[in-house]
Ligand binder design. Structure first.
Ligand SMILES: NC(=O)c1ccc[n+]([C@@H]2O[C@H](COP(=O)([O-])OP(=O)(O)OC[C@H]3O[C@@H](n4cnc5c(N)ncnc54)[C@H](O)[C@@H]3O)[C@@H](O)[C@H]2O)c1
Length: 269
């Protein structure tokens, strides 16, 4: 049965949110877009609600009456634990709990490759590997995935967690040859999730069809995702003299790249 309730997008003023808004309206009709910052004017078919994800009653107001939820709001970079705690940890709990209370969903949640960023570039991962966050931001995304697992098992909710690699118009760094997801493929992934009859808690790697990908979605074959783009077409431009990077540099060695390298200082025994 078609869900005629508005689709909710959190993080709507963000980079991905701004790209997604018109496309979500085109695909699903009425859109409720929310962010902590104002981003008027609303598009035709869009309602804008300003809310802080850290505040449960505000989130309830945003979620009540919504159908599908695309939860992309939150802090998208490394910062203090206090800020991450409110926006990402409390924020994601608030969205999932309000969805449970008001029978909203299914939910597509923006997790991140930084939930597994301390695997090395030689590792090949599927959704069954344990999380290895590379920063506090990554820890908050790992928490969001665990929360999704809990809400799916305990309450039968449907939540897809997208471990987005690098979503941007095109790759600009050699690491992106492995991690890139084109905007169009990200949209394909969101649509495939919402077209899946029973998601439960599904973990997906948000990545295009890259020759150099480290990640497999074989454990999520119930989601009909067929990426069309491939970062390899940018390889000659990004690595004109072949790959001469220092593979022991933590920013190159670890899948999380600069997020894993920032402040990297393992204790020596
Ligand atoms: N862009 C990528 O390559 C990428 C990769 C991995 C994961 N992600 C995740 O995808 C999502 C969207 O990414 P983006 O690149 O558009 O990030 P972004 O930082 O541009 O957008 C995030 C939005 O969330 C909003 N926000 C922050 N704190 C909030 C709060 N307390 N209450 C309400 N809104 C709040 C911000 O104002 C911002 O508009 C994020 O959750 C990010 O962690 C993105």
């Amino acid at each position: 049965m078609t869900d005629t309730r508005p689709t909710l997008l959190t993080g709507a003023a963000g980079i991905l949110g701004r790209w997604l808004r018109p496309r979500l309206i085109e695909k699903y009709g009425a859109l409720r877009s929310s962010d902590i910052v104002d981003f008027a004017p609303a598009l035709h078919g869009e309602e804008i609600v300003i809310a802080d994800l850290a505040d449960f009653s505000s989130v309830e107001r945003v979620v009540k009456g919504a159908g599908r939820i695309i939860h992309f709001g939150g802090i998208s970079y490394e910062t203090t634990f206090d800020r991450i705690l409110g926006a990402n940890i409390a924020g994601t709990y608030n969205v999932f709990e309000a969805a449970r209370l008001h029978d909203a969903g299914p939910i597509v949640y923006a997790s991140s490759n930084h939930a597994i960023g301390f695997y090395t570039r030689d590792d090949r991962l599927d959704a069954g590997v344990r999380q290895r966050p590379d920063c506090l931001y990554g820890v908050s995304k790992a928490f969001g995935e665990d929360l999704a697992s809990f809400f799916a098992d305990k309450y039968g909710m449907d939540i897809a967690c997208l471990r987005i690699g690098t979503a941007r118009p095109h790759p600009v760094d050699p690491r992106h040859l492995s991690t890139w997801q084109s905007y169009e493929d990200l949209l394909r992934m969101i649509e495939a999730c919402f077209a899946t009859p029973k998601l439960g808690c599904t973990i997906l790697y948000g990545v295009s069809n890259n020759d150099r990908s480290w990640w497999s979605n074989q454990l999520a074959s119930h989601v009909d995702y067929h990426p069309k783009d491939n970062a390899e077409s940018f390889a000659a431009t990004l690595l004109p003299d072949g790959d001469r990077r220092d593979f022991e540099d933590p920013a190159v060695k670890y899948q999380g790249g600069p997020f894993a390298a920032e402040g990297y200082a393992p204790r020596r025994r």
